[in-house]
Design a protein around this ligand. Structure first.
Ligand code: NCD
Length: 364
């Protein structure tokens, strides 16, 4: 299987990950063998949204492979601030670099950007949609700690509605043997429909609960997440939900001895610092594995031959009605793209359902 761009976690299979993980393991054990593996390669790093781990781990990954990096973590310093389109920005950076890493607050932005990139583009997080390289990090952590990915009851806890890391992790884990999920969230922050549909299609068992404490003893992995404050349009909704789930040392008394406590970080208050000393807490190691798996990914992708791209200009009114979708601001030129998910038409950028009845100003 050849992966050119890593846009959606659906682009990768379990076999593809396991192959990448073999390279990653070698990089962990013998980093000196890879110091020139990407010599002369230049990575473009576009962060339209704040980041610590993803940005710095990608940067240090390319440096450890002998390559270099250019880009921004503040788009106000670029022509984006002058109104340049995403398509033109990506055309330019892909003309200068050998690989593009991109994070955006808009859902589907990486899928849109990849249409205009002459070189491989990696999604470093697109709004509340997906975060495939965090998922590679998570799968690497489980593999390192457990030896393989499989036979797990995985608890995902927190803001499952807006948290992109849990969306891509659930979809990816569904490709591995004997995985079941426990989704722990208040009802208004439940896992979105497109993730549940993907799990149902693969016949993966899940159940949704609201109580963390009573669930902990059954879990092999507890993946905590932050309430995604920046994604709330209603501040009251955030106030209602913040502080609902706080993992403390005491709550772990009845947990399995080999539980893995994971978190993509940053944490706010959902894991008390007294948990950090527990040997089951692996979130800081997890962040370090993120650098190694990104090294393996860059090594795999940044040697790909340059390919010219010419997506069709499509000024037709956009079909997607999701306010957070990239088509909201870039829809005036982006091709209208849909796909079918469990018999329903969804936007191929953000995966949200296309409404059956179009608003009056949209003609198809
Ligand atoms: C996550 C993200 O940006 O989605 N962080 C990360 O990349 N490690 C999680 C979060 O911000 O809560």
């Amino acid at each position: 299987m050849t992966v050119r761009h890593l846009v959606s976690i659906e682009d990768v299979t379990a076999e593809w990950f396991m192959d990448l993980y073999e390279t990653c393991k070698d990089m962990i054990h013998y980093p000196d063998r890879y110091t020139d593996a990407c010599h002369g390669k230049v990575m473009a790093s576009l962060f339209f949204e704040p980041s610590t781990r993803t940005n710095f781990s990608f940067q240090t990954a390319i440096m450890r492979l002998g390559g270099s990096v250019f880009g921004f973590s503040n788009p106000s310093a670029t022509a984006v601030a002058k109104g340049e389109s995403l398509a033109d920005t990506i055309r330019m950076v892909s003309a200068y670099g050998d690989a593009v890493v991109m994070r955006s607050p808009q859902e589907g932005a990486a899928a849109a950007g990849a249409l205009y990139s002459e070189v491989p583009l990696m999604n470093a997080g697109d709004g509340g949609h997906m975060h495939p390289t965090q998922t590679l990090t998570d799968l690497t952590t489980i593999s390192q700690k457990r030896g393989y990915v499989g036979d797990l009851n995985v608890g995902l806890c927190g803001d499952l509605k807006n948290g992109r890391t849990v969306h891509s992790l659930a979809i990816a884990l569904a490709n591995f043997p004997n995985i079941q999920f426990t989704f722990i969230a208040p009802r208004e922050m439940a896992m979105p429909g497109y993730v549940l549909t993907a799990l149902k299609e693969k016949g993966v068992r899940y159940h949704e609960v609201t109580n963390l404490d009573s669930t902990i003893p059954q879990l092999d992995v507890l993946y905590m997440t932050r309430i995604q404050k920046e994604r709330f349009t209603d501040p009251l909704e955030y106030e209602r939900n913040k502080g609902l789930y706080i993992l403390t040392r005491r709550k772990l008394d009845r947990a399995r001895k080999d539980l893995l406590i994971m978190h993509p970080l940053p944490r706010v208050d959902e894991i008390s610092p007294d948990v950090d000393e527990d040997p089951r807490a692996v979130y800081f190691e997890q962040a370090r594995y993120g650098m190694f798996i990104r090294m393996a990914l860059l090594h795999r992708l940044c040697h790909a031959p340059r390919e010219a791209t010419k997506p069709a200009y499509d000024p037709a009114p956009r079909l997607c009605q999701n306010d957070r979708c990239v088509t909201m601001t870039e829809g005036w030129y982006l091709p209208n793209k849909t796909r079918t998910l469990a018999g329903e038409m969804v936007c191929a950028y953000c995966d949200k359902k296309i409404p059956d009845i179009m608003p009056e100003n949209v003609s198809v």
